[in-house]
Design a binder for this molecule. Structure first.
Ligand code: GTP
Ligand code: MG
Length: 370
């Protein structure tokens, strides 16, 4: 049984993905960062890299500890996490803004729009969709490089008056490399110059075949500006999510990914975290990258304090000792001493990497970096 991706395993050990791949190669196993390996192989790699492999039922957040799969009966459906990509000026931001306005929960609460890196929309049906609002493809690629593949679905925005452009092609490449399904939003269909059929034709040349042309890629003609077919786009996202059967165990030890982080004048370090598994609660001790802290407050995308955050919910986490990096993993740990142990270990690794890079490290450290 395949249980953990090479990237995830590397993250858990705070090792570089390339080192884990190399270690696997030495054992005769060819696997890339996104591929999964079984528990026995993972255990061997963990040992080889000098960590203590532990298989535990409840917590897998200790250094070098294997990821344990949640048993099927603990898994509950969770909202899909969507990233919007596309060429410059094709309307990504406009579309995200328009979709955000369809949120029924937000309207009821009358909350103010917070500009955080991720938000959740609740539809009339009660279904929720999480959107990651990290502009540019660089963020997507960087998160992937860190092994933090949080996107379930990519919405590819193509302006109907402009057609497929270089960054459209780049986005298709990224999504395909990550194995993430694409939904095409043909935008600006309110314009008289809109040629949605031409867009579909052009996409065909990049092996993106929409349903109407015999393929299985969902496409929706929308207008962010005029608010046309936003509900259809949301339906397509939910349909795709249904196919993916997205589930997570909300009761396990929580982990998530830092979408963005900053130092806020009044509030200190603030990390916007997308919870992947488990439920993060106020009072939890968390480690994010090389920072740790006790969660002082959790703030949702409408600026409201919440007691906890379940899977696929984006929240601002307050209480970290410093500012983590976007794409770094955040995990809940059981004690402050454990949090210190992990962050000190990571800090040491970072220093080693830096000194090796600057040529001041030992020969052995230098070899580790190759
Ligand atoms: P970058 O972030 O710069 O890559 O651009 P973007 O993809 O986020 O595009 P943005 O939402 O900023 O929109 C670019 C321009 O297109 C703006 O002037 C929008 O008003 C316009 N625009 C976006 N959506 C629509 C639409 O549906 N119809 C029309 N007519 N104009 C649109
Ligand atoms: Mg934009």
């Amino acid at each position: 049984p395949e249980v953990i991706t090479v990237g995830d395993l590397a993250n858990r050990m705070a090792e570089r993905g390339a080192d884990v791949v190399k270690s696997l190669m030495r054992m005769g196993v060819m696997a890339t960062i996104t591929q999964t390996i079984d528990a026995d192989t993972a255990e061997l790699v963990v040992q080889e890299l000098g960590h203590r492999p532990v298989r535990v039922a409840e917590s897998d957040v200790e250094i070098g500890v294997m990821g344990n799969e949640d048993v099927a009966e603990d898994l509950v459906s969770r909202p899909p996490v969507v990233t919007v990509m596309g060429h410059v000026d094709h309307g990504k931001t406009s579309l995200l803004d328009a979709l955000r306005k369809t949120d029924v929960a937000g309207r009821e609460a009358g909350g103010i729009t917070q500009h955080i890196g991720a938000y959740q929309v609740q539809l009339k049906s009660g279904s929720k969709i999480t959107f990651i609002d990290t502009p540019g493809h660089a963020a997507f690629t960087e998160m992937r490089a860190r092994g933090a593949n949080v996107t379930d679905v990519v919405v590819l925005v193509v302006a109907a008056d402009d057609g497929v452009m270089p960054q459209t092609i780049e986005a298709i490449r990224h999504a395909k490399a990550a194995g993430v399904p694409i939904i095409v939003a043909i935008n600006k269909c309110d314009l008289p110059s809109a040629k949605p059929d031409r867009v579909r034709q052009e996409l065909l040349q990049h092996e993106l075949v929409v349903e109407g042309m015999g393929g299985d890629v969902l496409d929706v003609e929308v207008s962010a500006k005029a608010g046309i077919n936003l509900d259809k786009l949301e339906e397509a996202i939910l349909l795709q999510a249904e196919i993916l059967e997205l589930k997570a165990n909300p009761r396990r030890t929580a982990d998530g990914v830092v979408v963005e982080a900053k130092l806020d004048k009044g509030r200190g370090p603030v990390a916007t975290v997308l919870v992947k598994r488990g439920t993060v609660k106020v009072g939890d001790i968390v480690v994010a990258g090389s920072e740790w802290g006790r969660v002082r407050a959790l703030v949702n995308d409408r600026g409201i304090n919440v007691p906890d955050a379940p899977p696929a919910m984006p929240v601002e986490v307050l209480g970290l000792g410093g500012v983590p990096l976007a794409g770094e993993e955040m995990v809940v740990v059981d004690s402050e001493s454990r949090a210190r142990e992990i962050t000190e270990y990571r800090a040491r690794k970072k220093r080693e990497a830096e000194s090796a890079k600057s040529g001041r490290g030992s020969l052995e450290q230098m070899f580790k970096q190759i």
